[in-house]
Design a protein around this ligand. Sequence first.
Ligand SMILES: *Cc1c(COP(=O)(O)O)cnc(C)c1O
Length: 225
Amino acid sequence: MDTKTAIENLDRVIAEVETARLSVSHHHIVKIIGISKYSTAQDIEKLYEAGQRAFGENKVQDLKQKSETLEEFPLEWHFVGRLQKNKINNLIDLNPTLMQSLDSLELAQELQKKLESKSKNMSCLLQINSAYEESKTGILPEDAISTYKTILDTCPNIKLKGVMSIGAHVEDEEAIIKSFKTTHAIFKELEPLGAIYCSMGMSNDYELAIKCGSNMIRVGSALFK
Ligand SMILES: *Cc1c(COP(=O)(O)O)cnc(C)c1O
């Protein structure tokens, strides 16, 4: 990807985000995370030059490699993938800005143990499987509030900041909207408990997600094409 392409891609996404967010409210601010999992450190650098600062990876090894390569830049790094138990320590050592894919109570408890033993904290989002898709991990909507509270009560080193979900993987727009609305309703219920991020929307559906209340979008292919 050359500099011109990076600027064009970012400008297009920013313009579309702007229209979508203003249709909600002038005060509805949306944070864009560039998901760089299919891209190189060089591409990330091009987007950095265009103004993008927050990036996300779905594999601990890639997060390590790219964040170390780009150490000199003031970037923030998010983790958005399925976290295997044997990679927890590696992720903790990388100090991610936000771990968005806390997808079970069991993983939370495992993470808590390891954070405690290293005297570290980690900011996380609880991943909700709001489309009820078997291929996806995450907490089912009906269990989301109680699981969130249990983590707040029993995992002091995990700093919960909200929820994340992946929209329904279907053509039917109504079904996608329904899954976003489900996640957003959970987010609203969790706001009094300190939730600040409702992370939903990817390259194909971020405008829809923002209109359903998303304030954090995870954009890969639309930025890195
Ligand atoms: C890959 C990925 C994205 C970005 O997907 P695009 O469709 O390329 O925008 C967002 N969120 C998660 C969890 C991902 O794994």
